[in-house]
Design a protein around this ligand. Structure first.
Ligand SMILES: Nc1ncnc2c1ncn2[C@@H]1O[C@H](COP(=O)(O)OP(=O)(O)OP(=O)(O)O)[C@@H](O)[C@H]1O
Ligand SMILES: [Mg+2]
Length: 153
């Protein structure tokens, strides 16, 4: 599924996202530096009912937000693997526990550790079209080709 998203319509994309998200909890984000992963995830969190500020977890690795929407509430983990260098560091930070928690997880730089994502995860590819427009592609794990799973780290 492919979306054309100008910066002015990130909120509209977020509404569409939650309509199609189904029961998927783990979302692996892909895209170059500055492509818009954090910006998009912030919009998704806001739309879901997160009140607190959503910011890049580059240094904290894992941010945890609570959302409340009507009578529904829950937890969203916002994870950034950018600074993690090996499997040991990943284990120490508790990223895997988050992914197995059955809470929503949005993971930036997921390509750093693709082995963490099973067949239930969905993959989100963000590509810069121009200064204020992005192409966002959502793919199930089954459409991620084997050659994009390099020997990790
Ligand atoms: N359509 C768009 N969607 C998302 N961001 C956009 C869009 N158009 C322009 N931008 C801008 O692109 C920048 C994206 O920065 P952001 O921090 O979200 O990227 P990132 O992919 O998380 O980077 P990093 O890899 O450093 O974590 C922001 O300045 C944002 O305003
Ligand atoms: Mg980011």
């Amino acid at each position: 599924m492919t979306f054309h998203v100008p910066i002015s319509e990130v909120k509209i994309f977020a509404k569409k996202f939650w309509k199609i998200a189904g029961g998927t909890k783990v979302w692996a984000f892909h895209g170059e530096m500055g492509s818009g992963k954090t910006t998009t995830i912030a919009a998704l969190c806001k739309e879901k009912g997160v009140q607190s500020h959503v910011s890049s977890p580059t240094f904290s690795i894992i941010n945890e937000y609570e959302y409340r929407h009507g009578n529904k509430s829950g937890t969203i983990f916002h994870i950034d693997l950018y600074r993690l260098n090996n499997n040991e560091e990943i284990m120490q930070t508790g990223v895997e526990d988050c992914l197995l928690s059955n809470h929503f997880c949005f993971v930036e730089w997921s390509e750093k550790a693709l082995h963490l994502f099973d067949e239930n995860a969905m993959h989100v590819y963000i590509k810069e079209i121009d200064f204020e427009t992005r192409e966002i592609q959502i793919k199930p794990a089954s459409q991620i080709h084997a050659h994009t799973f390099p020997e990790q780290l």
